[in-house]
Design a protein around this ligand. Structure first.
Ligand code: GUN
Length: 288
């Protein structure tokens, strides 16, 4: 039996249609929604992501402003830009594309972003709110994964959810969102000794490792939901996830493809957050 392939492209376009309508309504009220996208250096993957974010903004009527800074940009210069954007009334959301060059302390930059404009939900203020379940900005990739899980019709409550990966961007907030829906959550990582055995117990398996094909068919419970956050560029230029899709799709009940699964959902959530930021800053919504 072949798993149901969860269509992230279709689901993301439904979310974006909703955001587009909301953005148009804000425009009718005289409110323009604006996103600043900051990229530092020449990371090829970052360039692809930033281009996609700008393109999505344009499609939804969101004004995007790109700041492409040289690799040699100093931490001080980047902090100065963030400070400027924090007080720029035309900018509702600030997105600093990660990773940053080694000589810049990412934590310092994230801490400098106004929590009101933190559309990535990376600031400690946003992360703390996610932890207690009262958040304004959704963590983009985890929220996208939750929408994909919901689209299967399976209730998270009581299920064993295994998250592989413990990054601040995906693994940790993903575990929190699953926990808020009463999943029983296990977080695995590179030091986990019995990874295959734990994965095999998962009703819902989220792979956010960054290693091609690390999740193989023998690690998946028959009928499980498998969400693949991986975006790995192979030597032949092909994009592939953390999950061995060809074989796992013969075991899983539901599975996301790469590309066309989680990726478009991350961007859809970012667009939604930018619209929420504009509402918060115009007192059409109040902070949680
Ligand atoms: N790098 C990888 N994923 C992301 C993301 O969602 N936001 C930003 N700003 N950088 C990233």
């Amino acid at each position: 039996m072949m798993a149901n392939i969860i269509d992230g492209k279709k689901l993301s376009s439904e979310i974006k249609q909703f955001v587009k309508k909301e953005v148009a309504e804000l425009k009718d009220k005289g409110i323009e929604v604006g996103l600043a996208v900051v990229i530092v250096g020449n990371n090829a993957a970052s360039r692809v992501y930033v281009n996609s974010k700008k393109k999505n903004c344009a499609e939804l009527g969101i004004e995007s402003r790109e700041y492409a800074l040289a690799e040699e940009t100093t931490e001080q210069e980047l902090l100065a830009l963030v400070e400027k954007l924090n007080i720029d009334s035309k900018i509702n959301g600030i997105l600093v594309q990660l990773p940053l060059p080694k000589h810049i302390d990412e934590k310092k930059i994230i801490a400098a972003i106004s929590p009101l404009k933190d559309v990535d939900a990376f600031h400690a203020n946003s992360v703390g709110k996610i932890m207690i379940g009262d958040y304004d900005f959704l963590p983009c990739t985890p929220a996208g994964c939750m929408d994909l899980i919901h689209s299967t019709g399976v209730d998270v409550c009581g299920k064993h959810c295994v998250v592989v990966g413990r990054s601040n961007i995906v693994g940790k907030p993903m575990a929190m969102l699953l926990l808020h829906e009463s999943g029983t959550v296990t977080i695995c990582h590179s030091k986990t000794t019995n990874l295959a055995e734990i994965c095999r117990q998962a009703d819902i398996l989220v792979a956010a490792v960054g290693k091609a094909n690390i999740i193989t068919a023998d690690m998946v419970k028959p009928g499980a939901i498998v969400i693949d956050v991986g975006m790995n560029r192979l030597e032949n230029g092909k994009l592939c996830g953390d999950v061995d899709f060809e074989n796992v799709s013969k075991v899983a009940g539901h599975i996301t493809p790469v590309p066309g699964g989680v990726g478009p959902m991350t961007i859809a959530t970012l667009m939604k957050n930018t619209m929420i930021a504009a509402k918060l800053q115009n007192n059409l919504m109040t902070l949680k």
